[in-house]
Design a protein around this ligand. Structure first.
Ligand code: ATP
Ligand code: MG
Length: 250
């Protein structure tokens, strides 16, 4: 059984067809990259997976470990191990970083039947993971994402991933806006999470990210459908020739 199975997903927004039959199987231990022109539906797909309100499939099906996602709220999906790092991370005024992480992690641990972290143990663990992502203690005291720089927001997203240990992580342009050093830090953070029990879906415009996080599969999404799948060489082809040839061929 695939960890994540998307079967012929169709979705409309404002009566407009956005996803027009997306199918994708993601198995444990795999990293998939999704590339595609602006407006092709990549973020829409990520919102659909995460369960954003108003992003219900018209037809088709999405299964997480065999369980239909449409029967689960966004919260339930997160507890079950689905994680989305947003293209544009949301600011949460009044919600401190440390408290936010603790709530999220403990509710996932509760779901898994694991013991919740006590306060001190949690702070220790969070600081350890934060230092790997170069997130300073001071940032954990601030409200989530409020006033964070673009790169700080992206590092905080990967810190959440490291703490939550999701089954399926969808990273929507986590590389955008990162300086060269931050790109390495974030990539190392993601690579450290790779194991035979989870999977990662990377949405990106840049082949460069895939030098650091080497995917097993690359998919090209264009106008709401996957028009081609291949290995890392497909990203190099896109880098060299753009999308036009691939779209014409499809
Ligand atoms: N609420 C909405 N109503 C109508 N159309 C929408 C709505 N939300 C998004 N769209 C359209 O859906 C299409 C896909 O958008 P999406 O954000 O998924 O693209 P993307 O592939 O992530 O692009 P980018 O690479 O620029 O991030 C776009 O044409 C967008 O304008
Ligand atoms: Mg997008």
């Amino acid at each position: 059984m695939s960890l994540l199975e998307i079967k012929d997903a169709h979705l409309k927004l404002d009566n407009k067809d956005i996803l027009k039959g997306v199918s994708l199987s993601v198995n444990k231990g795999e990293v998939h990259a999704i590339m595609g022109p602006n407006g092709s539906g990549k973020s829409t797909l990520s919102y659909t997976l995460a369960g954003r309100e108003g992003y219900d499939l018209e037809t088709g099906e999405i299964l997480l470990e065999g369980n239909p996602l449409n029967e689960m709220s966004a919260d339930e999906r997160a507890r079950a191990g689905l994680f989305l790092a947003f293209q544009y991370p949301v600011e949460l005024p009044g919600v401190g970083g440390m408290g936010f992480l603790r709530e999220a992690v403990n509710s996932r641990r509760k779901f898994l039947g694991e013991k919740e972290f006590d306060h001190l143990a949690f702070v220790k663990e969070a600081r350890k993971e934060a230092s790997k992502m170069f997130v300073k203690d001071e940032m954990l005291k601030r409200a989530v994402n409020v006033g964070f720089s673009g790169g700080e927001k992206k590092r905080f997203e990967i810190l959440q991933m490291a703490m939550l240990k999701p089954k399926v992580s969808i990273l929507d342009e986590t590389d955008s806006g990162l300086d060269v050093d931050a790109l390495k830090i974030v990539s190392e953070g993601v690579n450290a999470q790779r194991n035979n029990d989870n999977a990662i879906v990377l949405i990106t415009h840049y082949q460069r990210l895939l030098d650091y996080i080497v995917p097993d599969f690359v998919h090209i999404l264009s106008d709401g459908v996957i028009i081609k799948s291949g290995g890392p060489e497909l990203a190099l082809e896109v880098e060299k020739n753009g999308y036009a040839g691939l779209i014409d061929a499809a």
